[in-house]
Design a protein around this ligand. Structure first.
Ligand code: CA
Length: 52
């Protein structure tokens, strides 16, 4: 599922929730893509990972 961040005029990502850290918690979810369905149709397996 894609996410979208907010950026200032210089292109720096904003600390939207004001917790002092800039990370995925400052993003909003976007509509799901067809990536997983397309991968399954191609016979591929999906394995999620979390990067912090
Ligand atoms: Ca934050």
């Amino acid at each position: 599922m894609p996410v979208k961040g907010s950026f200032d005029a210089a292109g720096k990502m904003l600390d939207v929730n004001g917790d002092g850290a800039v990370n995925y918690m400052d993003t909003t979810s976007q509509p799901a893509t067809t990536l997983i369905a397309d991968a399954h149709k191609a016979g591929l397996m999906i394995h999620p990972i979390f990067l912090s």
